[in-house]
Design a binder for this molecule. Structure first.
Ligand SMILES: NC(=O)c1ccc[n+]([C@@H]2O[C@H](COP(=O)([O-])OP(=O)(O)OC[C@H]3O[C@@H](n4cnc5c(N)ncnc54)[C@H](OP(=O)(O)O)[C@@H]3O)[C@@H](O)[C@H]2O)c1
Length: 344
């Protein structure tokens, strides 16, 4: 008989009050699968929306939430060759997307939405959907990479508009994706401009290597400030986590021929937009949906080579998932929020 295990489950409806820490039999790995003891988890804004029913009000329940974890391989199923017991691993955000273009049915694979996520003491996943974690990271740091880290990596370092040394990158806000983008851009020798609602967070971003900060509350037309800071040229790349609500400012900030990576919708999904400057100034808008296993592996290599340390704002106990989500909802965090298993 398999041992007992604990998992967070969203059941009976949306909202933090419907999250329950439940007991279930420990899963067993089948052929090609790996049993992972989860050591740490991290939160993404998507998890907050998912639990509150704002990401997909038709999501079927019960559902184990969260996509991001780091852990250790306990047991491998028949035919596994990529990993062995004791290896430190992380799941990829969207199992089955290993390289190239995303599969058409990618939304069915992303963890914690239409299939169960990783908020559990043990998870079983195909070994093809895991990556080895970079040496030198502790479990909470490693758990921050699968979604936020990979998204920032994919946005900035891949495709025709990939950043080059000397480029200027604008990161919006100081949450998980944006702080990774700041660190990745700095590691690549780019200049970074950061926006935030909080001057103290701007100071912290400067300490991480940002050269210029703009408070988007007190300077709503921050695009102009970025343009002025770059001597009128504009930024090469904007990491757009605000979405429709901030796109007009991003267009004011970006240089002719520059690129805006559309990643989030924190400032709104819809807004009137004058598209003239996109075509007249040859701006590229690219949508980014996290990334593939190849992106995740490239990020792990980059972290290992550069010594990049993910910024972990606060670590909660596994048992405190609702409190951790409440902390995210408050917007007081800088970088990533993590949970640690096995501390009790
Ligand atoms: N496309 C993808 O694959 C992908 C992947 C990951 C995340 N996302 C999306 O990207 C967004 C950020 O995710 P996250 O996990 O990094 O969130 P997060 O850690 O919760 O970060 C949120 C931060 O964004 C900033 N912010 C909020 N409203 C803003 C606005 N109007 N303008 C500029 N900045 C604003 C705030 O920074 P300050 O406190 O400094 O003001 C806030 O702390 C979310 O919409 C998420 O769904 C998309």
């Amino acid at each position: 008989m398999s041992a007992e295990d604990r998992a967070w489950v969203l059941a009976g409806g949306f909202g933090f009050e419907n999250l329950a820490l439940t007991r279930r039999p420990r899963p067993l790995p089948g052929p090609g699968e790996v049993l992972v003891r989860v050591e740490a988890l991290s939160l993404n804004y998507r998890d907050l929306l998912l639990v509150q029913g704002q990401y997909d009000p038709r999501m079927s329940l019960p559902r184990v939430p969260l996509s991001d974890a780091a852990g250790v391989v306990v047991e491998v199923g028949q035919g596994c060759s990529r990993f062995k017991a004791g290896d430190a691993v992380s799941p990829i955000f969207a199992p089955t997307w290993h390289d190239g273009e995303p599969p058409a049915d990618i939304l069915s694979h992303a963890l914690g939405h239409r299939r169960d996520g990783v908020a559990a003491e043990h998870v079983v996943l195909p070994e093809a959907d895991l990556v080895a974690t970079a040496p030198g990271l502790d479990a909470t740091e490693a758990a921050t990479l699968p979604c936020a880290g990979v998204t920032a990596w994919h946005a900035l370092t891949t495709g025709p508009g990939a950043i080059r040394t000397g480029d200027t990158v604008v990161v919006q806000g100081t949450g998980g994706v944006s702080i990774f983008a700041l660190q990745i851009a700095r590691a690549a020798g780019a200049r970074v401009v950061v926006t935030s609602s909080d001057d103290t967070k701007l100071e912290r971003a400067r300490a991480l290597g940002a050269e210029f900060g703009v408070n988007y509350r007190t300077t709503p037309q921050w695009g102009k400030a970025v343009r002025a800071h770059t001597g009128g040229r504009g930024a090469d790349h904007i990491v757009e986590v605000g979405g429709a609500g901030t796109l007009a400012e991003s267009l004011a900030a970006v240089r002719a021929g520059g690129r805006i990576s559309i990643i989030g919708v924190l400032a709104g999904r819809q807004a009137p937009l004058d598209v003239t400057s996109i075509l007249m100034r040859g701006v590229t808008l690219q949508g980014v949906f996290v990334g593939s296993r190849a992106h995740a592996e490239a990020l792990q290599r980059a972290v290992s080579a550069s010594g990049l340390k993910p910024v972990v704002d606060r670590v909660f106990d596994f048992e405190a998932l609702p409190e951790a989500l409440t902390h995210m909802q408050s917007g007081g965090h800088f970088g990533k929020i993590a949970l640690r298993l096995g501390r009790k």
